[in-house]
Design a protein around this ligand. Structure first.
Ligand SMILES: Cc1cc2nc3c(=O)[nH]c(=O)nc-3n(C[C@H](O)[C@H](O)[C@H](O)COP(=O)(O)O)c2cc1C
Length: 364
């Protein structure tokens, strides 16, 4: 199953393996993508990753979240990205650009002294309260995302992925914990999802009806069961997925967690099959409710689990991040029968500000 081709939004994907979006710390300080990024994506394509999703790419410098993060806020980025997509397209793999605004998790600098978010809810892990966005700022941000979609298409990306997960701006909008607005972008589930719908509508005016727009969404904010906080969780995530599917999102990657909820954002010590695919119950619920392909991410490590997830209707594609930092040739190893389980021990030492790499000492 995992080597069967599939597709969405008119796009053919040669197998079921997705490289989940991964911030690489490999762009220039102004966000320009580098040759090093092109080398990495080409390496993944050469090793038959069906769909490569780039690191999160910021749509406005006011929404930059980390150092050496890639940008897509200006037309000057189209040409360098085009060089990268054409390197990937030497192979059957497809490549999608993930686009983001940092929201409550924007990096505070002297040029960028405040973060903005749907509501002024203090971000406890940083002790920082964002400014509540004005109507004008919401409208500008919708335009920023839509222009980023246009640039992605012009740069040769096969698709875009709207980053609506992990506590960044669009995730802030969909969660009742971080969105307390009383206007057209806050309140009911529909209103909290409206900003994403508005982005898609505006983007469609520029890229047409056929360009594949996908989303990575939080199914849960991740607060412990029994928490009194009103936050995002099932069954509301199913309603949000339905709204996205009804508004021409052609595939949804299911993830979860915001830093503040207390759980590890990217779970560590995934060392047995029962710990794998920790959001699979959410993806199954969503998959049963919508007619578009579901991509599952989070702790997926072994080929038998991947096959099971597809065969038993948890997902259509399996998305992996840390294992592909550790072994860029993992898909080839599965294909050649050289391996059934990723070497990755899920230690998170790969979050390396000099450029992602596996820093675990396997000889220790
Ligand atoms: C170093 C690193 C960078 C990441 N960057 C992003 C990102 O840019 N966008 C995103 O949606 N998720 C990002 N993630 C989360 C992954 O895409 C994925 O959801 C998470 O790591 C769980 O998958 P895994 O268990 O296969 O690693 C990152 C994770 C790591 C470890």
């Amino acid at each position: 199953m995992v080597f069967n081709s599939t597709g969405f939004g008119g796009l053919e994907v040669p197998n079921r393996f997705v490289r989940s979006a991964t911030h690489e710390w490999m762009a220039e300080p102004d966000g320009t993508p580098t040759e090093r990024l092109g080398d990495l994506y080409e390496e993944l394509a050469k090793n038959e990753v069906g769909l490569i999703i780039t690191g999160y790419s910021y749509v406005n410098p006011k929404g930059k979240s980390d150092h050496l993060q890639q940008g897509i806020y200006d037309d000057k980025f189209i040409e360098p990205y085009r060089k990268i997509t054409s390197r990937v397209h030497k192979y059957p793999s497809k490549i999608a650009l993930q686009i983001v605004h940092g929201g409550r998790q924007t990096m505070i600098t002297t040029e960028n002294p405040y973060a903005f978010a749907p509501s002024a809810v203090t971000e406890a892990t940083r002790g920082m309260t964002p400014e509540e966005m004005t109507e004008e700022e919401v409208l500008e941000t919708i335009e920023d995302f839509a222009q980023a979609v246009r640039r992605a298409k012009e740069a040769g990306f096969d698709a875009v992925q709207l980053h609506c997960a992990h506590g960044f701006l669009l995730s802030n909008f969909i969660s009742p914990y971080t969105n307390r607005r009383k206007d057209r972008w806050g309140g009911s589930t529909e209103k909290r999802t409206q900003v994403i719908v508005d982005i898609i509508k505006r983007a469609r005016e520029m890229v047409g009806e056929d360009y594949p727009i996908t989303a990575k969404m939080n199914a849960t904010d991740g607060f412990p069961k029994g928490s009194k906080k009103k936050s995002l969780d099932a069954p509301e995530c199913v309603e949000i997925a339905k709204i996205l599917a009804d508004n021409s999102v052609c595939a949804i990657e299911v993830s979860g967690g915001i830093a503040e909820a207390g759980e590890e954002l990217f779970w560590t010590n995934i060392n047995s099959a029962d710990k794998e695919a920790y959001y699979k119950e959410y993806s199954k619920m969503i998959k049963e409710a919508v007619d578009i392909p579901i991509i599952l991410v989070g702790g997926i490590r072994s080929r038998p689990v991947m096959e099971m997830l597809i065969e038993e209707g948890y997902a259509d594609l399996v998305s992996i991040c840390r294992p592909l930092i550790c072994e860029t040739d993992l898909v080839m190893k599965f294909k050649n029968g050289e391996s059934e389980v990723a070497k990755c021990v899920s230690c998170n030492l790969c979050s390396d500000k000099t450029g992602i790499k596996c820093n675990y000492d396997f000889d220790e």
